[in-house]
Design a binder for this molecule. Structure first.
Ligand code: SP5
Ligand code: ZN
Length: 338
């Protein structure tokens, strides 16, 4: 199968030093070494053909993101330095989305962001490069006759909404991919990251032609806290086209796979033309952010269950933070699609 990697030089330029959470100030887990670990392991297999995509701009970002939000992401860090700021830019006062963004770029960070995720000098370059990789993978499936293509996208995307960043995400790659594919047929998105894909959900919430399914840790206690409950089922024409499956701490292979299998019944009934998978390896038992207990075999079984749908598929990398394990987990997840 083909694998499209984010331009390596560009992804390295997004490497925040630390993040602020309830744990205090800790090293930023969403690091360039995640990419290295997955890419190196895939290069050692015989079933992938690796392409590194170019950096540079992306033209279709406005299909899912608002223009003022894109302007903010593109200019915020430069403006922050220009106004005397130093290092990474992150918010600590947040908007309720009423009113208007403050003129000062650092102040506007809490308007365009919903958590403390930092923006660095290279964030825009890296996020655009990751979107490029995803859209190149999308083209290969839509027009290139490929059955399944994996985009090693970094930084990830599924928490980014149409106009807000957070959860280590800036541009929503799964949404860009699905919006593109939806011009040719119905799309199902399955999000198997440990965290709820709130951005993707929000972008398609009122659409009936894109089914969004997410299995994730229960937002009653886990990030992103304000999205992902089972009673969020879509609105208007999208009513019934969002399916959230919140799961308890400590979930093991058998329970997870039973829920996934039930979700795929719903997916089959929707009869999509395309499948988009947001995959996170933070469901793995030793992930430093997760609480689930899935084994490496369990991660492979998720891949097998989704590959069995036999749909033209774009697989997009989201989270997963135990760097030494990521290569093996990616190989196990992708092998059933090859
Ligand atoms: C794409 C993705 O998986 N985003 C996850 C974002 C979760 N952010 C909040 C987690 C804060 C945990 N702080 C780390 C402390 C390590 N001991
Ligand atoms: Zn995650």
């Amino acid at each position: 199968m083909k694998v499209v990697c984010t331009n390596n030089e560009a992804q390295r330029r997004h490497a925040p030093e630390s993040e602020l959470s309830r744990a205090g100030v800790t090293p930023y887990p969403e690091c360039p070494e995640r990419y290295d670990a997955i890419r190196t392991a895939l290069e050692e297999t015989t079933f992938v053909d690796i392409i590194e995509s170019a950096a540079g701009g992306v033209e279709s970002l406005a299909t899912v993101h608002e223009a003022d939000y894109l302007d903010f992401l593109r200019t915020a860090h430069t403006a922050w330095l220009g106004s005397g700021g130093e290092g990474d830019l992150s918010a600590c006062v947040f908007s309720d989305a009423n009113g208007h963004p403050p003129a000062d770029p650092a102040a506007a960070t809490g308007y365009y962001g919903f958590d403390t995720t930092p923006i660095t000098a290279g964030t825009w370059t890296a996020a655009c490069a990751a979107a490029n990789a995803t859209l190149e993978a999308t083209d290969l499936v839509r027009d290139g006759g490929e059955h399944a293509v994996y985009a090693l996208s970094r930084p990830p995307g599924h928490h980014a909404t149409g106009n807000r960043f957070g959860g280590y995400c800036f541009l929503n790659h799964a949404a860009l991919c699905a919006a593109n594919l939806a011009t040719k047929g119905k799309v199902a998105i399955v999000d198997v990251d440990y965290h709820h894909g709130n951005g993707t959900q929000e972008i398609f919430y009122a659409r009936g032609d894109v089914l969004f399914i997410s299995l994730h840790a229960d937002p009653e206690w886990e990030y992103p806290l304000y999205w992902g409950r089972a009673d969020e089922t879509g609105s208007g024409e999208g009513h019934g086209a969002t399916l959230n499956i919140p799961l308890p701490r400590g979930v093991q292979n058998a329970d997870y796979l039973r829920h996934l299998s039930a979700a795929t019944q719903r997916l089959r009934a929707f009869a999509p033309t395309y499948l988009v998978v947001s995959v996170g390896f933070d469901t793995w038992k030793n992930d430093p952010l997760g609480t689930f207990q899935l084994s490496a075999e369990g991660i492979g079984a998720i891949g097998a269950c989704l590959a069995e749908l036999a749909l033209p598929t774009v697989i997009i990398q989201e989270g997963g933070y135990d760097v030494p394990a990521l290569g093996d987990l990616a190989v196990r997840f992708l092998a059933p699609f090859a």
